[in-house]
Design a protein around this ligand. Structure first.
Ligand SMILES: O=C(O)CCC(=O)C(=O)O
Length: 280
């Protein structure tokens, strides 16, 4: 069963159990149509005005990992009371913000995504139990059966944690479909992929990662600006932006290589990391 979250029907213990069993929750209407349209305009503006800060992995896939340093337009997505209430009950009051990125997936003839099936944070299968964070993906465009979608293998964070990404069999996954404004909350240990579909329209998504304040920072790709870490809002979890200057960083895909000049932009660093990975 696909775990669709309906705030009117589900109490925290019920959705926490769903999340524990499946590793993900789908939240329809997490953003209103007006919010979706504001975010889409902000994405278009950023692409037009800061195209150099976007990383183009191939003709169909581009992302920007540091947009919140340039604009406050996306702050609401991080602090959205609808998703934050669920996250607070899953993670607890030590919840911290880790990373924010925008992805665009364009129509393509490619059948297989660059990233394929993976767990987040580390590609080292033996370290999979160290992956303890939760992601929220917001769809900013409608995603139907014929559109590129996020696809997740249920239970691969816990019940099926020994499954290797390379061993995922066709049919074991759930394709997340939904209208613009849908949010998917999933455990970073769950095996997932961006599934490409022939004939897809452009898909736009916001990806936000959350963990706990007593863990190392999982990702350094998004700088947390003073506007956020100096905020005093009693409605927000008290340590939400506490990792703005974290010095202990998880050894994984979110750690900046220490042998790159600090003057490099985040986009340049990611291009260099990608270049080195391809060379290997
Ligand atoms: O494009 C997608 O939906 C998948 C993204 C993904 O694999 C990731 O954020 O790690």
């Amino acid at each position: 069963m696909t775990p669709i979250f309906d705030a009117a029907l589900q109490s925290p213990p019920l959705f926490a159990r769903e999340f524990h069993e499946q590793g993900f929750l789908i939240v329809p209407n997490a953003l209103s149509a007006a919010q979706v349209s504001v975010f889409n305009r902000a994405v278009t503006d950023d692409l037009e005005n800061h195209g150099g800060e976007w990383v183009r992995f191939d003709e169909s896939f581009l992302e920007t990992p540091d947009v919140i340093s340039r604009t406050a337009d996306f702050d609401f997505a991080i602090e959205n009371p609808v998703t934050l209430a669920i996250l607070r009950s899953l993670i607890g009051e030590l919840i911290t913000f880790e990373e924010f990125e925008i992805l665009i997936r364009n129509p393509t003839g490619k059948a297989q995504d660059l990233k394929a099936w993976h767990r987040d944070a580390t590609r080292d299968y033996n370290r999979r139990m160290e992956i303890e964070y939760v992601s929220v993906v917001y769809y900013l465009t409608d995603v139907s059966e014929t559109d590129h979608c996020l696809s997740i293998v249920p239970g691969s964070h816990y019940r099926r944690v020994d499954l290797r990404p390379a061993d995922v069999a066709s049919g074991e996954e759930v394709d997340v479909l939904g209208s613009a404004g849908t949010a998917v909350i999933f455990h970073g240990r769950c095996i997932h992929a961006g599934k490409l579909k022939a004939g897809s329209r452009q898909r736009r998504t916001l990806h936000i990662y959350y963990a706990r304040a007593d863990q190392p920072r999982y990702s350094e790709w998004t700088a947390i600006p003073p506007r956020l870490y100096q905020k005093a809002d009693p409605a927000l979890p008290p340590l939400l932006y506490s990792k703005w200057n974290a010095s202990v960083v998880f050894e994984g895909v979110g750690k900046k290589p220490r042998n790159l000049p600090p003057s490099m932009s985040i986009a340049e660093m990611i291009r260099e990391v990608q270049r080195r990975a391809n060379a290997r």
